[in-house]
Design a binder for this molecule. Structure first.
Ligand SMILES: CC(C)(COP(=O)(O)OP(=O)(O)OC[C@H]1O[C@@H](n2cnc3c(N)ncnc32)[C@H](O)[C@@H]1OP(=O)(O)O)[C@@H](O)C(=O)NCCC(=O)NCCS
Length: 155
């Protein structure tokens, strides 16, 4: 697998990110090449070097340089459970700025909650969103070393 930072004018990559989000994320909004390319978020992706296809993505938003938000974490189903999600999280955290990182997860998304727990995210709020609960998670950035508890050689 190969890691790349998203190049905003790369139509193929933006289209693949939009496709992955539309197909495999539980997001209400429909994404397009344009919504990804025009976004202010920084996207990171993993690419299968054999097929040259994007197999996972994550987005990072810097909120007034005060804290960062992670969104759009998604791994193509056949590549799940091989550490791609962890690798994307690790990359986003390394590029985060400010006092900490915020993200939201549906409370029924146990895979994602498990993953966030491994990166020391803590639930700070839970709220009803139409027909499901959403948890807001926070992780301080002051102890940058503690997400490195993983064996990075496996990434
Ligand atoms: C959540 C998601 C990104 C995980 O990606 P992944 O590449 O499979 O994750 P990894 O292989 O790196 O696993 C990381 C950790 O996640 C948790 N996890 C992942 N899949 C899991 C499963 N099926 N059951 C339980 N825990 C799971 C585990 O804690 C795992 O750590 P471990 O391998 O040390 O036990 C992926 O399932 C996905 O794309 N889901 C749909 C979109 C989504 O829910 N995005 C998150 C929104 S916040």
């Amino acid at each position: 697998m190969m890691h790349i930072n998203f190049v905003p004018n790369n139509i193929s990559i933006a289209s693949q990110i939009a496709h992955i989000l539309n197909m495999y994320s539980n997001l209400r909004r429909v994404h397009t090449y344009f919504s990804i390319a025009a976004s202010n978020d920084i996207y990171f992706c993993e690419v299968d070097i054999n097929t040259k296809r994007v197999i996972g993505c994550i987005a990072l938003e810097h909120i007034l340089k005060q804290y960062s938000k992670i969104t759009h974490l998604c791994v193509v189903p056949e590549y799940r459970n091989y550490g791609v999600g962890k690798k994307l999280m690790y990359t986003a955290l390394r590029n985060a700025v400010g006092t900490g990182v915020q993200l939201t997860v549906r409370t029924d998304n146990l895979n994602s909650l498990n993953l966030m727990n491994k990166f020391n995210f803590k639930i700070v709020k839970k709220e009803l969103c139409i027909d499901h609960y959403v948890a807001t998670l926070w992780r301080d950035l002051n102890a940058r070393n503690d997400e490195l508890c993983y064996d990075r050689s496996s990434f």
